[in-house]
Design a binder for this molecule. Structure first.
Ligand SMILES: *[C@@H]1O[C@H](CO)[C@@H](O)[C@H](O)[C@H]1NC(C)=O
Ligand SMILES: CC(=O)N[C@H]1CO[C@H](CO)[C@@H](O)[C@@H]1O
Length: 390
């Protein structure tokens, strides 16, 4: 599906990084690589929701909408806030600040302000808002899950929320090295979890490593039950150069799951460091992931062309491959083919300037008298092609 194919090598050249002087998170680095066509830089960026037709009309396996009313109510009717969803699942995301002082969170330059609803944000505040909305969605769809924010010990993130824990990991979090550091932080994190496990005999927790510009719109705990054998799960799309997205990695919390995921990521890190350092700002991790998977002799890349989950042994690990269309769905920006939204979408990824839409979607859901995630998905589907000002 085209919407999942957002990576174009050309765009590595686009120097958009400097937009974020103080704070950067992985989601922003990915922003640069997801702009699909250079000419889109010239198109107007909107500071409010703009609706178009909801793609996929008439397709039986795609969400059908009338305005922002979903005709297929496949998702939660309203907040299942007292459900068990998310029990035993921790979301892990890397997020850090630069030159962090309390000041940088208060100071705002008016030229950088954007408004969403009644709130106004400078660039730093926008990143924090995205992080907060990421947590908001989890509180609705997987209320028992925990969120762990892997961060530079030197940074002080102003986030205090239930079930959210800052998890400092030493490293080199400079902008140039952030994607590399992200994998390193994942590895250190998994090593620490292994150590803790050998000391305590507690209940296991599964881990889902994600970017923070995603909305989890359904229970993801199910994958650990539906596919009881995998050690780690990755999302794939039908894209020759970049078939794997690094924005979603699930790891089974068993001792062997953590151990094998760690070894797998160490291999990715090695390939990244030895082959893709030039791309280290953005795409190196995805290229390295793809390299590790494709270089495995028995791996058949044709499987990326079908939108079906599949499992494969890579090295010592059992890897589950999940389709982006369901587990990492991105609303398409601008031109390009687009076949709508699968009815079973579980994760919406607001890459690039779609982040305004992430906040607007949350506001829509949160202010509705009868909130329904399916209706919100219609809002995302019909406004996702607009280029926004985030
Ligand atoms: C989705 O809704 C449309 C319109 O009501 C209906 O025709 C279609 O059968 C529904 N799809 C599913 C899978 O229920
Ligand atoms: C005071 C301080 O930490 N300054 C640093 C801010 O960040 C830049 C690069 O991101 C460093 O070069 C400065 O030393």
């Amino acid at each position: 599906m085209r919407v999942c194919i957002g990576w174009r090598r050309l765009l590595l050249l686009l120097p958009v990084i400097f937009l974020f002087p103080h704070i950067i998170s992985v989601l922003q680095l990915h922003k640069d690589s997801t702009i699909e066509h250079q000419h889109q830089k010239l198109t107007k960026k909107f500071d409010h929701l703009v609706f178009g037709p909801a793609a996929g009309e008439g397709l039986h396996d795609r969400l059908q909408c009338q305005g922002t009313k979903a005709l297929n109510k496949t998702h939660f009717p309203s907040s299942p806030r007292n459900s068990n969803y998310g029990d035993g699942i921790s979301f892990v995301t890397v997020f850090t600040t630069y030159n962090s002082t309390a000041d940088s969170f208060i100071k705002s330059r008016s030229s950088e302000q954007v408004s969403v609803g009644k709130m106004s944000y400078n660039k730093v505040e926008r990143s924090m808002a995205v992080l907060n909305v990421f947590v908001n969605f989890l509180e609705v769809t997987m209320p028992r899950s925990n969120v762990l924010i892997l961060t530079d010990p030197a940074s002080t993130l102003p986030i205090q929320r239930n079930r959210v824990t800052l998890y400092p990991i030493k490293g080199e979090y400079s902008r140039d090295k952030l994607m590399l550091q992200r994998i390193r932080s994942y590895i250190v994190f998994l090593e620490q979890k292994l150590e803790e496990q050998s000391q305590l005999q507690g209940r296991i927790s599964h881990y889902i490593f994600t970017d923070s510009d995603v909305a989890v719109v359904d229970d993801l705990g199910q994958i650990f039950k539906d596919y009881p054998l995998f050690d780690l799960a990755l999302t794939f799309r039908n894209n020759k150069e970049q078939p794997l997205n690094s924005g979603f990695i699930a790891v089974r919390g068993s001792r062997s799951g953590i151990q094998r995921a760690k070894v797998f990521l160490q291999e990715v890190l090695e390939v990244y460091s030895s082959k893709y350092m030039k791309a280290s700002r953005m795409l190196g991790d995805q290229l390295a992931l793809a390299w590790v998977v494709k270089s495995h002799p028995s791996f058949n890349t044709k499987r990326f062309t079908r939108q079906q989950p599949f499992e494969e042994k890579i090295g010592g690990a059992s890897v589950l491959f999940l389709p982006c269309a369901t587990y990492n769905w991105t609303p398409p920006e601008g031109a390009g083919q687009f076949h709508g939204m699968p009815l079973d979408v579980k994760v919406v990824h607001f890459k690039g300037s779609r982040k305004r839409l992430m906040l607007e979607s949350w506001n829509f859901l949160n202010s509705s008298p009868s909130p329904h995630i399916s209706d919100m998905l219609c809002l995302i589907l019909s406004s996702g092609r607009t280029k926004y000002d985030f």
